[in-house]
Design a binder for this molecule. Structure first.
Ligand code: FEO
Length: 168
């Protein structure tokens, strides 16, 4: 049985993961319209992954006799200045998500919910990987610069997860 405080903050995370999925979907659609098929591909995959994260929270809350609630979301932005700013926004968003996972861990400790805390460790590790992967994409993007966006777009779909050490 989940403490009310834990259930509430887990439900808030459903909303955040769901918004992440919508945000990356919106970014993917923008990138596709700009002719960046590779970037769009990366973002579509990322959007699917966020939906999977959202579902993990839904199932966990219900499995623990809580009640997962799905709510309406704010519309994500639909215009992005350029590919550089887009990936900066992805990193900023992932840092926000990492902080929100840490907040949940803090509430679990406060409520002595060590079961949920242990379940959350998957997300703690996942966030380390996600931030590292996006940071590595930004580094490559900076190295390649404006002139090599074609190459970057071609190779970015393979730069997913595990710190992104793949060659561009
Ligand atoms: Fe589900 Fe990228 O955080």
């Amino acid at each position: 049985m989940l403490a009310k405080k834990v259930e509430d903050i887990l439900n808030l995370q459903i909303e955040r993961e769901d918004y992440s999925s919508q945000l990356y979907l919106s970014m993917a659609s923008w990138a596709e319209n700009q002719g960046f098929g590779g970037v769009a591909n990366w973002l579509y995959m990322q959007s699917d992954e966020e939906r999977m994260h959202m579902l993990k929270f839904v199932k966990y809350i219900n499995d623990r006799d809580g009640k997962a609630s799905i709510c309406g979301l704010d519309k994500p932005p639909v215009e992005f200045e350029d590919i550089f700013k887009l990936f900066d926004a992805v990193l900023k968003h992932e840092r926000y998500i990492s902080n929100s996972i840490n907040e949940i861990v803090a509430v679990c400790m406060e409520e002595k919910d060590f079961t949920t805390n242990s379940w959350l460790q998957w997300f703690v590790t996942e966030q380390i990987e996600e931030e590292a992967s996006v940071k590595s994409i930004i580094d490559k993007l900076k190295l390649l610069g404006e002139k090599n966006l074609y190459m970057f777009d071609r190779d970015v779909p393979s730069m997913r997860g595990g710190g992104g050490n793949e060659a561009v």
